[in-house]
Design a protein around this ligand. Structure first.
Ligand SMILES: *Cc1c(COP(=O)(O)O)cnc(C)c1O
Length: 430
């Protein structure tokens, strides 16, 4: 299968090549030239996440040398099974994607991308993965590449603008991972990464790549847990499952949509945004108006210009059709707080602020009489956000083991000016 640029001005490449490149040379994002069609029967006898992932992803690697390694890559990247379970009322479910090493769904995409890049022919110099992060991405990427020979990771985060626990997590990797606390904003970090990746001279001296959410190597694997959850539900109930997905850059939700288009038993998909309203306005019939993100309690979704929108628009050139296949609604900080408190009081469970946006939206849908089986996608463990959720539920949230081990390690970050020349110097001296 070939991967095409959404801008149409770059030569087609294979999946492995698209992953190594990150972005297409014409500035577009890579998309499969056509989607395979699979039926639930094509997954007969497969129940585990690695087995389903391998069957689902195989057509995408057709023609790429990574195809031979796909079974091993899937075993490595999908070793953590995401529980799908009942959630309160009959017909309501929760899919927990936060049982990986850094307790957020991004572990799946980052782990798969790292395994794929590691499966490509080794270069003479190490490949440095640059990642700008506002919180969760940096840790997931660092954990995925930590101690992999031939790779180094440079994390850039805005000093003082990630939570104390997130900062500790970003700085607790040693060896081939370095954390830089940048005296600037997340936008500064992103700009520095972009400039470095566009600097041909620097890249010749220090081979560079990135692992941000537009990478095809993070998008494709995220389809796998939707496939597994919808198949498990289908086998048990003979009914399709609908999903409410907490959304920022649209990577996780787009993966759900691709799984549905491929033929998995997914009924409806609804996007839950925080107070950033770019998607809710568009899907309500307004214009698509990207803008700077505003800070909210669900900070990993503080996106005003979702970078995967370009893929959606490529998939559905007709806006009216796009509005028929997806819906989106916005949830305020106040509603996030109410939802976490209400669910804790009623069910004794603590949700993270991101997951709470989706839980709230499902409450709204049910309130309007929406029928069928619906699944809230739980994107992070609440213990990642103790400053936010613990005062609401009035008790400490126990740490999952992986997170506790990480937080027990010493943490160190190097100060860095918000300046691309300074970053270039550090990378050359590494
Ligand atoms: C990244 C993230 C999101 C948003 O996912 P997108 O793929 O960017 O839409 C939601 N919740 C959590 C916890 C995240 O880390």
């Amino acid at each position: 299968m070939k991967m095409l640029s959404t801008r149409g001005l770059a030569p087609p490449v294979t999946a492995g090549e698209a992953m190594a490149a990150g972005m297409a040379p014409d500035g577009g994002l890579y998309m499969p030239d056509l989607l395979p069609r699979l039926r639930p029967e094509d997954f007969a006898g497969m129940a585990s996440l690695p087995a389903i992932a391998e069957r689902l992803l195989r057509p995408f690697f057709d023609g790429d040398p990574l195809l031979a390694q796909l079974p091993a890559i899937c075993r490595g990247a999908f070793g953590v099974a995401p529980p799908l379970r009942g959630f309160g009322a009959a017909g309501d479910y929760l899919l927990e994607l936060f049982h990986g090493p850094t307790a957020a769904f991004k572990d799946y995409g980052a782990g798969f991308l790292a395994a794929c890049l590691a499966g490509r022919p080794r270069q003479e110099k190490p490949l440095t993965i640059l990642v700008a992060t506002s919180g969760d991405t940096g840790a997931a990427v660092a954990a995925a590449f930590h101690q992999r020979p031939g790779f180094r990771v440079a994390i850039l985060y805005p000093q003082g603008r990630v939570s104390p626990r997130q900062a500790h997590q970003l700085g607790c990797f040693d060896g081939n991972v370095r954390a830089f606390k940048v005296s600037g904003s997340f936008d500064d970090c992103q700009r520095m990464v972009k400039v470095a990746l566009g600097d041909a001279t620097l890249k010749q001296q220090v081979p560079l790549s990135s692992a941000n959410s537009i990478s095809l190597g993070r998008l494709l694997p995220q389809m796998a847990y939707y496939a597994q959850a919808s198949l498990a539900h289908w086998r048990q109930h003979r009914r399709p499952l609908s999903f409410v997905v907490p959304t920022g850059n649209l990577g996780n939700a787009l993966a759900c949509l691709l799984a549905k288009r491929i033929g998995l038993p997914v009924a409806h998909i609804v996007l839950a945004s925080n107070a950033n309203q770019v998607l809710s306005e568009f899907f309500a019939g307004g214009e698509y108006r990207p803008r700077p993100g505003i800070p909210t309690l669900a900070n990993a979704m503080d996106v005003g210009s979702p970078n995967n929108f370009e893929r959606l628009a490529w998939l559905y050139p007709d806006e009216a059709e796009l509005r028929r296949v997806l819906r989106a609604e916005s949830v305020s900080d106040r509603e996030i707080e109410q939802t976490v408190c209400d669910i804790h009081a009623r069910l004794g469970e603590t949700l993270c602020p991101h997951t709470a946006t989706a839980a709230r939206l499902l409450q709204r849908l049910r309130g309007r009489g929406e029928q069928g089986d619906w699944c809230v996608v739980a994107t992070a463990h609440p213990a990642k956000f103790p400053e936010v959720v613990e005062p609401w539920v009035g008790r400490p949230v126990p740490l999952p083991d992986a997170l506790a081990q990480m937080l027990a390690r010493p943490s160190h970050a190097e100060p860095l000016a918000a300046d691309e020349t300074a970053l270039g110097e550090r990378l050359r001296a590494w």
